[in-house]
Design a protein around this ligand. Structure first.
Ligand code: ZN
Length: 185
């Protein structure tokens, strides 16, 4: 005989209503990851999430591993391009992929949440890794050649690229003080 247990109805209530959606949760992680960046002019964060809503890795724009951050050219302009950050800095989305030390097959069909629309370089790497969805927070370079090339890459590679659309338009405050956590303002 199968024994059936049932919880009385009056106890099946009281769930929080203003909890984060998956998209909100992962974009929050991307925003937090961006805060790790040492780049004085641009802080970008990215989160890779598999098909089962599990976080694979985080990334932010930064210097290659081992390169001392204090000996890194964070400047945008110099006497030669080789003295600027551009040839060396690794973007958040690419870093998130490189930071993942599991099986590359896990990236197939994954989603990347990024605080900035990917550049064309990251776009082709994401495509090659098998990422199938991109959710971005800002597209401040929309319409530039680089931005158009990234969009073209997503289009031809059947990658769904969508602007982040939260359940509710709201501003959250994150506190690192004990017992405060995230509050809505
Ligand atoms: Zn990039």
């Amino acid at each position: 005989m199968v024994r059936k247990f049932q919880i009385p109805k009056e106890y099946l209530k009281g769930k929080r209503e203003n909890y984060s959606s998956w998209d909100e949760c992962f974009m929050l992680h991307a925003v937090v990851a961006a805060n790790r960046s040492k780049d004085p002019s641009s802080q970008v964060g990215a989160v890779l999430v598999d098909k089962n809503n599990r976080i694979l890795s985080l990334g932010y724009n930064g210097a290659p591993n081992v390169w001392d951050d204090d000996k890194f050219p964070w400047v945008k302009e110099a006497d030669t391009a080789a003295h600027t950050k551009y040839p060396y800095v690794i973007h958040a989305e690419t870093n998130a992929m490189l930071n993942y030390k599991g099986d590359n097959k896990d990236l197939e069909g994954a989603t990347v949440y990024t605080t900035l629309y990917p550049c064309q370089n990251c776009a082709k790497f994401l495509a090659q890794a098998g990422i199938k969805r991109v959710v971005y927070l800002s597209n401040k370079y929309e319409g530039t050649e680089d931005n158009n090339a990234a969009a073209t890459c997503f289009n031809y590679c059947n990658i769904k690229c969508e602007e982040f659309s939260p359940k509710l338009q709201r501003r959250l405050t994150v506190s690192l003080l004990p017992n405060e956590g995230i509050t809505e303002v």
